[in-house]
Design a binder for this molecule. Structure first.
Ligand code: PMP
Length: 401
């Protein structure tokens, strides 16, 4: 029966972790998977999350009944408030809906399905490069064309705004475009506020449907409001759009699959129509979402003291990443590693797009036991004050050998 089923290609980031786990070398480093680590190289359960979890465990009124298809209302409302800010006109005017999803991935997949089924979308634009799963999600949802817009200027290690605008201008009518709200994965390079205005002008001119991917709110600048600039700006222009939100990184709730699809519309009536259609799609995909992560996020965001505590802890993560950027940069400079390394401190968010070639990446893995994506992306959070020198020496060796 299964004779013709071939072994599927490995999922790079998970295969890397498996290889890393098998490696017995004492100084091995996993710079692959995008997850925060403390300076001891350990996963971090945010203290505010532990706090919310203790409150939840003590609350005997909570139970394991099914959540509504669209998820926990207190969570969806809080997620929208975090995204758009308190008192944003679209929220006050009751034009925004949220559907709780299985992580940011679930939000993207739900968006892809809705846009295909209801608006007959068939073409999606993703940045080159982008998070690997964007293409897969839209392919799985049956899109006939997954197209790229230029984003990364490899020579100057910066945003290729001209190329990006050109490609968006040449898009077929009514395409969907995925834009990273902040802390672009993998390049760590975001448009400036002025560049956002130019990008949205072109998208509007071409009647593109904006799907904002917001997986790193707080990780770019350490300031949750600042990181939501693009979303708030688009909403202020009266555009109807979607935001795929993930709390995997900023709450450290990776395996709780805590996401939200925020739906910004022009009227409460449209909001209702879109939400109910999304519910039918959800019913067929995961029926209804899980409770734990959403309840943690709702508990924190809806309590001013916990919310303040959380903001401090997001800042701790953002600042540790900045420090690692600085240390890596300084070590490479002091080693005299050929090439410019300013991009390591200029880039923002969880990742650095190092510019290492495939040969250099292989040298890092095979000779130095340092695991990173083939495209040269490294997770800055996996660097620590203890391993940064080892990693810098390995980069130096890989560049000169
Ligand atoms: N979008 C981007 C850009 C991401 O980097 C990620 C996570 N790596 C996601 C979406 C998906 O997030 P989640 O793990 O919550 O599904």
């Amino acid at each position: 029966l299964f004779a013709d089923v071939e072994v599927a290609p490995a999922i790079e980031v998970f295969a890397l972790t498996a290889k890393y786990n098998e490696d017995t070398f004492a100084e091995k480093v996993n710079l692959g998977v995008g997850a925060y680590r403390t300076d001891d190289g350990k996963p971090w359960v945010l203290p505010v999350v532990r706090n919310a979890e203790s409150q939840m465990a003590a609350d005997l009124t909570l139970n394991h009944e099914y959540l509504p298809v669209a998820g926990l209302p207190a969570y969806r409302e809080a997620a929208i408030r975090l995204l758009l800010g308190d008192g944003h006109p679209v929220v006050v005017e009751n034009k925004v809906e949220g559907i709780q999803t299985l992580g940011g991935t679930g939000a993207l997949r739900l968006a892809a399905e809705f846009l295909k089924q209801m608006l007959k979308k068939d073409v999606v634009y993703v940045s080159n490069p982008t998070w690997g799963n964007h293409r897969g999600i839209f392919k799985a949802a049956g899109y006939s064309q997954i197209k790229e817009y230029r984003y990364w200027d490899a020579a100057n290690r910066s945003l290729d705004l001209k190329g990006m605008l050109e490609d968006l201008k040449n898009s077929p009518d009514n395409s969907v475009v995925i834009l990273h709200t902040c802390a672009h994965n993998p390049t760590g390079t975001d448009p400036t506020e002025d560049q956002w205005k130019q990008i949205i002008d072109v998208c509007q001119e071409r009647k593109m449907f904006l799907l904002m991917d917001c997986a790193y709110q707080g990780f770019a600048s350490g300031d949750l409001d600042k990181d939501a600039f693009a979303v708030r700006y688009i909403a202020s222009r009266g555009i109807e759009f979607f935001v795929a939100q993930s709390f995997s990184k900023n709450f450290g709730l990776y395996n709780e699959r805590t996401g939200n699809l925020s739906i910004i519309t022009n009227s409460p009536d449209v909001k209702l129509r879109v939400r109910t259609q999304c519910e039918l799609i959800v019913r067929k995909m995961w029926s209804n979402p899980s409770n734990h992560g959403a309840r943690v996020v709702a508990t924190v965001l809806n309590n001013p003291a916990l919310y303040d505590e959380w903001k401090q802890q997001v800042l701790i993560m953002a600042n540790r990443i900045k420090l690692m950027r600085q240390l890596l940069y300084e070590k490479l400079r002091s080693l005299g590693t050929p090439g410019t390394w300013e991009h390591v401190i200029k880039q923002i968010g969880m990742f650095s797009f190092t510019g290492l070639s495939l040969r250099q990446v292989e040298n890092m893995m095979n000779k130095h036991h340092i695991y990173l994506l083939k495209e040269g992306r490294i997770n800055m959070c996996a660097l620590t004050t203890k391993n940064v020198e080892y990693v810098a020496n390995a980069i130096h060796d890989s560049v000169i050998s």
